[in-house]
Design a protein around this ligand. Structure first.
Ligand code: FES
Ligand code: FES
Length: 872
């Protein structure tokens, strides 16, 4: 029996009793649902909380009397006397077969969704046994979301368990070899802690009071009622911040909290932090923080925001124009005039939510050391070094007093680059000298982290009689929301990639990032390249029709090759051969699909890997042989968010050292200076591989001396900034990856029945993980193309959809067959020839879908998404 005697918790509350994993338990009845009782009182953490209490992600699925149910929708009184089973209570042999199958099949990435899916699969296998096929299982995953995998390998794993297929997962010790993901088994079983699963003695819970208005002067914040509420320990406002009040990755313009006398700038602004003994108490008391406002009309139209006389949208700024990215090459007007065919078209893309399954969570633990106070922060962010620097600045202490430890997160896709609640948890812990955890609800998560930019493009493009591209003019306006984040870089990348992987005689591109009072927009897989190449590929297809060429042929005639000059003037190296190899690889399938009468669309794309643009990129790694444990520690600087960077580090180290990969532990924290910026831009694999390779070389040269740091570094310092004067052929990016995707639709049903994705990744360190990345990208790309959107109300700047289900993400049963083909054209000057795979993933998907739909019904598409959620 569990005890009800917890600090700050009423012990006279009514109780509910049930059987948990075969043992009778009694819990307080005042939990909002079964999931809260399991996680917060019974400390059973395999059921994850992705969206409670809305019941829309499936991560919290458990068995009640043998039936799979989402526990965040289950009132406690309904389980009185019943039999509840979580993954912890599944017989060991079954647990092992699920762990083996998911690891061997590559059925997980971040892993956050998997324990819930395993419980659903168990219920179905218990019922249907070996008769459970992937086709039969897919509809049952309708209650679940996976944002990483595209469900392909999840269904492989479930089918393997159902049919009793022997799976023997093994970590690989070779670069280029398929192998299990690092920590795959504990992730599958829900045993590898995410931050919200961590409990430390004396831990308090923080909840955030968000603004009621996107643009309003804050005239008063009354915290008295909240402070007096049951279980509340403290309430903090901006007045309690000892150091810097604003943080940010590039501009320090994002207020940690809006003070009295300040002005809110978007729906994600924070006004107060309530700290209490329990999460429920903190969240309840947040509602009692009384705020006075003088409300102003928000600026929500980016075009109007640029007009002379527009009010300034964002508090503390002087202009709504965040950035302008522009370049010209050749005589555009003359090239257009000489063109045999021209098209002019306007394209609009939508705001999109990342929908990573794990909402943001931070745990900050202070300690009193002999040489002063320190703070250890567990973060799931994409740049723990940036987190540390900003946290130290907010606290007004030296960086050395703050350590940030990465806890591999439950998905990010760019949405965890900016800090969300890290500073708030750190501030509360520092001021109270007690551990404080802050976990966002799904709605808070939606409001606080940056989204994919909606961008409006005007394109004019021309070609000659043979379909050779002549001229391209692009004007783009992107709604960057309130704070800078990396919005200027996203629009810069959109400008750079607006020419696609093609040769143009003349080009003139300008994109503007605009500040508004909408939600912040920033990094999201593809980083501006998706939006731009939806438009670029669209004009290419229109030109092809005018000339009378197929979609494949016009691309073949114009594809960029080694030695060609790419849009902004970059002289392409041998790595560029990958674009044409992808195109050639897909030709037969393209022709066969057309010949069979299917509606067919083709997209070709490129995406840089790394920051480029003149940044000196440095990445360190450490290899350490521990004499106390006999194990080998590999330390690197990157965030594991499902993409497999820990597995890359492990595989490279085992490969280089010639050791058993099972001996290796992978660690990321800020006690060693190994990081340089964010895990972003597909650079994690490339930079990690390079630095670990060097660290291994240093270790081998030193005879693998135990208990010392053998360090290695990978540096990319040969790029130049877009638009740098006096540089004729700037190397804007050190590396590009390429992909061609083919979308095949049935003419009778209109359904997309198959996607073929050919990706040049330079070198696939682990082909199984690469396939998983591409399958997940295609799933995300189909949603982007067809159904996903995260609109805001133009009158308020607040999101109009605040549930996961309303986002339009494709469910398992709606995902067509995805066929992945990996191409390896090595990148010069890159370790092992690696190019990267994460960012390019969905660049070609939306234009390929648009072309297939045009083939289907004769209509050109200019706006995303192209269909409603139910029509896919
Ligand atoms: S947490 Fe219960 S369904 Fe999402
Ligand atoms: S593995 Fe499914 S959400 Fe990440």
């Amino acid at each position: 029996m569990t005890s009800l005697d917890e600090p700050g918790v009423r012990t006279d509350a009514p109780a509910t009793s049930f059987t948990l994993n075969g043992t009778p338990v009694t819990v307080r009845s005042d939990h909002p649902h079964l999931l809260a009782a399991l996680r917060e009182e019974l400390d059973v953490t395999s059921p994850k909380d992705g969206c409670s209490p809305s019941g829309q992600c499936g991560c919290c699925t458990v068995l009640v009397d043998g039936k799979a149910i989402v526990s965040c929708q289950q009132p406690l009184e309904k389980v009185e006397g019943r039999d509840v089973v979580t993954l912890e209570g599944v017989p060991e042999a079954e647990r092992q077969s699920f762990a083996d199958a998911f690891a061997a099949c590559g059925g997980l990435q971040c892993g956050f969704c998997i324990p819930g899916i395993v419980m659903r699969a168990k219920a179905q296998i218990d019922k249907k046994g070996a008769g459970l096929t992937r086709e039969a299982m897919a509809p049952h995953l309708g209650a679940h979301l996976c944002r990483c995998t595209g469900y392909v390998k999840i269904l492989d794993a479930i089918e393997a368990v159902a049919q009793g297929t022997a799976c023997v997962p093994e970590l690989s010790g070779q670069v280029g070899e398929r192998g299990a993901k690092y920590e795959a088994a504990p992730l599958t079983l829900g045993e590898r802690d995410y931050i919200d699963d961590i409990r430390v003695p004396g831990m308090l819970h923080a909840a955030l009071r968000l603004t009621d208005h996107a643009r309003a002067d804050v005239t008063a914040i009354d915290t008295a009622a909240a402070a007096a509420a049951d279980g509340v320990v403290a309430v903090f406002t901006a007045a309690d911040i000892p150091g810097e009040h604003r943080v940010g990755l590039i501009h320090k313009d994002w207020p940690v909290m809006i003070p009295v006398g300040g002005r809110t700038s978007c729906a994600g602004d924070v006004l107060a932090v309530v700290v209490a003994e329990t999460r429920d108490a903190a969240r309840a008391a947040v509602e009692l923080v009384d705020v006075g406002y003088d409300v102003h009309q928000p600026v929500t139209d980016p075009v109007a925001a640029l007009a002379p006389g527009s009010p300034i949208a964002v508090w503390g700024t002087e202009s709504n124009e965040l950035s302008v990215s522009a370049y010209q090459r050749g005589d555009l007007d003359r090239a257009l005039e000489a063109s045999a065919f021209t098209v002019t078209e306007t394209f609009e893309t939508q705001r999109v939510e990342h929908a990573f399954l794990e909402p943001e969570s931070t745990l900050a633990v202070p300690s009193d050391d002999a040489d002063g106070r320190t703070l250890h922060v567990y973060s799931g962010g994409q740049g723990v070094w940036d987190d540390r620097n900003d946290i130290a600045a907010v606290l007004g202490v030296e960086r050395e007093r703050v350590t940030v430890e990465l806890v591999a997160n439950g998905g990010a896709f760019g949405g965890k680059e900016d800090m969300s609640n890290q500073a708030h948890a750190a501030l509360a812990a520092w001021l109270l000298s007690r551990p404080v955890k802050c976990t966002l609800s799904r709605e808070e998560s939606f409001r606080m982290h940056a989204k994919r930019h909606p961008i409006r493009f005007e394109y004019t493009a021309g070609c000659d009689h043979d379909g050779k591209l002549t001229a391209l003019r692009v004007r783009g306006i992107g709604d960057s929301g309130a704070y800078a984040s990396v919005g200027m870089k996203v629009l810069e990348r959109a400008a750079g990639h607006a020419c696609g992987p093609y040769r143009w005689q003349a080009i003139d591109v300008e994109t503007i990032a605009v500040r508004t009072n909408n939600l912040v927009c920033g990094a999201f897989r593809g980083f501006g390249a998706n939006q731009a190449q939806f438009a670029t590929e669209g004009v290419l297809d229109r030109l092809a029709e005018l000339v009378g060429l197929s979609g494949w042929e016009i691309r073949k005639r114009n594809v960029i090759r080694a030695g060609d000059v790419w849009g902004p003037g970059q002289l392409m190296d041998d790595g560029a051969t990958g674009a044409e190899v992808c195109l050639d690889s897909i030709r037969d399938t393209y022709e066969q699909a057309k010949a069979s009468g299917k509606a067919v669309g083709l997209g070709l794309g490129l995406k840089n890997a790394g920051l480029g643009n003149g940044f000196r990129e440095v990445c360190g790694a450490v290899v350490r042989f521990r004499s106390d444990t006999g194990r080998i520690e590999v330390r690197h600087g990157w965030t594991e968010m499902g993409q497999g960077v820990h597995t890359v580090a492990l595989q490279v180290a085992a490969h280089e050292l010639g050791v058993d990969p099972d001996r290796i532990d992978v660690v990321v924290d800020t006690t060693r200076e190994l990081g340089f910026g964010q895990t972003t831009g597909s650079r994690g694999t490339l930079m990690t591989a390079g630095s670990v390779q060097q660290a291994c070389a240093a270790a081998l040269a030193a005879g693998c001396t135990p208990d010392v740091d053998h360090t290695g570094e990978h540096v990319v310092d040969w790029t130049q900034k877009l638009g740098d004067p006096g540089v004729t052929n700037p190397t804007i990016h050190s590396c590009f990856s390429y992909a061609a995707q083919l979308v095949i639709a049935d003419r009778h049903t209109g359904a997309i029945e198959r996607v073929v994705a050919v990706h040049d990744v330079g070198r696939a360190v682990n082909p199984m993980l690469v396939e998983g990345q591409i399958e997940g990208s295609v799933h995300m790309g189909l949603g982007y193309a067809l159904s996903e959107e995260f609109p805001t109300d133009p009158d308020t700047g607040f999101p109009t959809n605040v549930t996961l289900r309303s986002l339009g993400i494709l469910r398992a049963k709606d995902v067509p067959a995805i066929e992945v083909r990996i191409v390896e054209v090595p990148q010069p000057r890159s370790p092992f020839g690696i190019k990267g795979v994460g960012e390019i993933g969905l660049v070609p998907t939306a234009p390929a879908v648009a072309a297939a739909l045009r083939d289907l019904d004769g209509e050109w598409r200019t706006r995303l998404p192209m269909r409603g959620g139910d029509e896919t």
